[in-house]
Ligand binder design. Sequence first.
Ligand SMILES: Cc1cc2nc3c(=O)[nH]c(=O)nc-3n(C[C@H](O)[C@H](O)[C@H](O)COP(=O)(O)O)c2cc1C
Length: 167
Amino acid sequence: MKLAVIYDSKTNNTKMAAEWIVSGMSEVEGVEAKAFSIQEVDEEFVKEANGVVFGSPSYATAMTPDMHNFLMPKAMKLGLGGKLGGAFATEQFTHGGGDLVIQALLNYEMTNGMLCYSGGNAWGLPNIHLGPVAVNNNKEAHNGMEHYKDYFVTYGNRFASKARELF
Ligand SMILES: Cc1cc2nc3c(=O)[nH]c(=O)nc-3n(C[C@H](O)[C@H](O)[C@H](O)COP(=O)(O)O)c2cc1C
């Protein structure tokens, strides 16, 4: 089973988070997971995938304009309807809007008929309510991407397990 993670990233934080999700997905037997930046998406791979997770940095608490411009024309072409969908975000402030970015991505996925999955509370700790958010250390010295790695790996593992169960 193929699973794709598609992200926008200018300074590599969101790219790193995407790769952590892929590593968690890849722990699940029978899963071939790949991450793609929006500049170099393998559209055939995505079309064949049963699940797609989208990720974006928070820009003024919204997904990036580039992510928005990628999603708008692409959805029909990528055949997202019926696939399992998920979302994640990175930010530089603890209260920097990451959950709002995830919610906007999930809204977009639902609008296109995806089946959205967050892992939620069903698995117990760590609870991931809508999707994982990482805070980098650009502005908050006590924060840093590495603090959040386990959330992303765990999320990828749960997402892939659910995809296997469903498909
Ligand atoms: C134009 C712009 C707007 C941003 N707005 C926010 C924001 O509202 N909240 C926040 O926490 N971080 C904000 N950031 C910081 C990024 O979300 C953060 O550094 C993110 O991890 C960058 O991801 P990347 O390294 O994958 O590009 C902003 C960055 C830029 C360039």
